[in-house]
Design a protein around this ligand. Structure first.
Ligand code: DX5
Ligand code: ZN
Length: 222
């Protein structure tokens, strides 16, 4: 799933209509989405509340592409498995919230799914170095998590570049992909891809586009 070298685009269903998830996810699949990005928020780690395992289970039944499940929760060690059982293909949890990141990564991998760790904009990238060799994805947040439609935080480009340089130095760049989440559009997407990112989450830019196929293509061909 993570081998192709082109940019992968993961539209965030946070920007879909909750009353019409089935219709909306089908539309972005037809427009060329690679993965569905599913933002789980617990109202505690972030000041917003979204979906839980039951929705993911239903999405899994109808989705034709993998589910990239981003859990913004205070207790990932306790709840991660329920998202895998519900159907996550890639599970991304926050390093700031994990009690024992290494153990959690191993437990997720033992379930046969891909694993990623997310870092908030203020979290030093060094905090992921120790576990990086165990990961498929490192997700750098380019907004403070909690809501769609926020503006891209500028220093995210430098953070992507620094992380990419470190992965290259450790010969991990072909194994671990950098995913960027928040405020991605054609312009910010281009800058993070040039800096070394290869998975782009895009909520507003894709879901609110008049021509979703065009929007996804713009990002895929950066
Ligand atoms: C923010 C979420 C993002 C968000 C992206 O907490 O993790 O995935 O939905 O939405 P846009 O692309 O609108 O910033
Ligand atoms: Zn997200």
């Amino acid at each position: 799933m993570l081998t192709p070298s082109r940019v992968l685009v993961a539209p965030s269903i946070l920007s879909a209509s909750p009353l019409f998830f089935g219709r909306d996810i089908e539309a972005v699949e037809k427009a060329g989405a690679d993965w569905h990005h599913v933002d789980v928020m617990d109202g505690h780690f972030v000041p917003n509340l979204t979906f839980g395992p039951p929705l993911i289970k239903e999405l899994k039944k109808v989705s034709k592409i993998p589910l990239d499940v981003h859990i913004m929760v205070s207790n990932p060690d306790d709840v991660a498995m329920s998202y895998i059982d519900a159907g996550a293909d890639l599970l991304v949890f926050h390093i700031e919230a994990a009690k024992d990141a290494k153990n959690l990564i191993n437990a997720i991998r033992a379930k046969g799914v891909k694993v990623g760790v997310a870092l908030n904009p203020a979290t030093p990238i060094e905090s992921v170095y120790e576990v990086a060799p165990l990961l498929d994805v490192i997700m750098l947040m380019s907004v403070n998590p909690g809501f769609g439609g926020q503006s891209f935080i500028e220093n995210s480009v430098a953070r992507v570049k620094a992380l990419h340089d470190w992965l290259v130095a450790k010969q991990l760049d072909r194994k671990v992909r950098i995913e960027v989440d928040g405020g991605i559009n054609e312009e910010t997407g281009r800058r993070v891809v040039e800096a070394g990112a290869s998975i782009l989450v895009a909520g507003t830019f894709v879901y609110k586009a008049a021509d979703q196929k065009h929007a996804i293509n713009l990002l895929k061909t950066l």
